[in-house]
Design a protein around this ligand. Structure first.
Ligand code: SAM
Length: 334
C-alpha cells in the first residue's frame, strides 16, 4: 500500500524515528524500511509533518505477524488514533460499527472506539460522539515529552496539531509571558510552560478547565501556569499589558477577540492567530481583521503565514504569526 513516509539518511534514522514517535505521528501499521542509503519511516499525516523532514509517498509493507483492522475489513476506514482510543470519521454508521469491531479484534492497542457524528460545534468546539466499543472515552495522549489526559466527548482536543504546537513552542524563550486565550485541556499552555514560559491559560468550558488543571499537575508546571475558567473577554481587565506572546486557537471566531488580545499584549508581543479559510485566499481575511482592530494601537508585521493542515476539500487551517509593536504616536489618518 502507498503511504506517506519521512525519508532520512540512514544515520539519522533512529533520531528521526524517536522524534516522530514523540510527536505522535508515526504510523505503526506499516513497517519501517531501509534501502541502504535512506530509511523510510511511515507517518500518519504527511501534511502535518514539520518542514525539516522530507515526506514522500512510498509502497510500504504492512507490519507482519499482526492482525490489522484492514485485514478484517473490505474497506479502509477514516480514523485518528488518540492514546488507546480510535476516533472514527465515517459518514455511514454501519461502516463505523464494522470498523469499530475490526479495531477491537485487531492486534492494535485499542481500548475503545468512538464514532464522530458531527463536526466540532458550539462554543466549546466539541463534536457529537457515539461510543461504539469499549467502556470509556478518556485516555492519555503523549506529545513531545508532555502527557495529557483528554476526553474528546467533554473538551476539544486534536492530536493532529502536535507538529503545529511544536512549531509555536519552539519559538518560546525562557521567562516569556504567554496568554493562551482558548486553552482547552492545555496542549499549548503546558508545552509553553515546559519551555520556560509563565502562562495564563483561559477556557470557558468547565470540563476543559478540569482537564487543564489535571494536566498542569501531571506535567509538574503548577508554578508556571495560572488557570482561569471563564470568557476570556471578561477576565482580561486583570491582566492587561502583560503578554509577550498570545495564542488564539479559536478558528472561525478569533477575530471577535482581537480587541481582547490587544489589551493582554505588552508593548511588544507576538500573536499566533488561527483561522480556517478557503485555500485560494487563506491568509488575507485574518491579516485584514488584525489590521482593522489593532493597527490604531500597534504597528503590525506579519512574520509567518503558516498552512497548518487541510480541514476540508479546498479549505485549510492556517496560523498567522504576527508581531505587534505598540505605537508611541497615533498613526497618520489615511
Ligand atoms: C479550538 S479549541 C482549542 C483548544 C486548545 N487550544 C487546543 O489546541 O487543543 C477552542 C477552545 O476555546 C474555548 N472557548 C471558546 N470561546 C471562549 C471564550 N470566549 N473564552 C474562553 N475560552 C473559549 C472552547 O471551550 C475550546 O476549548
Amino acid at each position: 500500500m502507498r503511504r506517506p513516509c519521512v525519508r532520512v539518511d540512514r544515520e539519522d534514522g533512529e533520531r528521526t524515528r524517536q522524534s516522530l514517535e514523540e510527536a505522535g505521528v508515526r504510523d505503526h501499521e506499516a513497517a519501517i524500511e531501509s534501502d541502504g542509503e535512506y530509511v523510510y519511516i511511515p507517518v500518519i499525516d504527511g501534511a502535518a509533518i514539520l518542514e525539516e523532514f522530507e515526506v514522500i509517498e512510498r509502497e510500504l509493507e504492512p507490519r507482519t505477524a499482526r492482525t490489522l483492522p484492514n485485514d478484517l475489513l473490505s474497506f479502509t476506514p477514516t480514523y485518528e488514533r488518540l492514546g488507546d482510543l480510535v476516533l472514527l470519521q465515517e459518514d455511514d454508521r454501519n461502516r463505523a460499527i464494522k470498523a469499530a469491531s475490526a479495531f477491537m479484534r485487531s492486534d492494535l492497542p485499542v481500548e475503545a472506539v468512538l464514532w464522530r457524528r458531527s463536526e466540532v460545534e458550539g462554543t466549546y468546539r466539541i463534536a457529537d460522539w457515539e461510543l461504539l466499543e469499549g467502556d470509556r472515552t478518556e485516555t492519555v495522549h503523549r506529545e513531545y515529552g508532555a502527557e495529557f489526559l483528554v476526553d474528546p466527548t467533554k473538551a476539544y482536543f486534536s492530536p493532529r496539531l502536535a507538529t503545529e504546537r511544536h512549531r509555536v513552542v519552539s519559538q518560546i524563550q525562557q521567562g516569556e509571558q504567554v496568554v493562551d486565550m482558548f486553552a482547552g485541556v492545555g496542549p499549548f499552555a503546558i508545552r509553553a510552560a515546559l519551555a520556560g514560559a509563565k502562562v495564563i491559560a483561559v477556557d470557558v468550558n468547565p470540563d476543559a478547565v478540569t482537564y487543564l488543571t489535571e494536566n498542569v499537575r501531571r506535567n509538574g508546571v503548577e508554578n508556571a501556569v495560572t488557570v482561569i475558567e471563564g470568557d476570556v473577554g471578561e477576565i482580561v481587565d486583570n491582566h492587561t499589558d502583560w503578554a509577550d506572546r498570545i495564542i488564539m486557537n479559536l478558528p472561525h471566531r478569533a477575530d471577535e477577540y482581537l480587541g481582547t488580545a490587544g489589551l493582554f499584549a505588552a508593548a511588544s508581543c507576538r500573536l499566533h492567530y488561527y483561522d480556517i479559510q478557503p485555500e485560494v485566499d487563506a491568509f488575507n481575511p485574518g491579516i485584514g481583521a488584525i489590521n482593522e482592530v489593532l493597527a490604531g494601537t500597534y504597528e503590525i508585521e506579519v512574520i509567518t503565514e503558516q498552512a497548518v493542515r487541510s480541514y476540508a476539500p479546498g479549505v485549510i487551517n492556517i496560523c498567522l504569526d504576527v508581531d505587534l509593536q505598540r505605537r508611541t504616536e497615533k498613526p497618520p489618518t489615511p
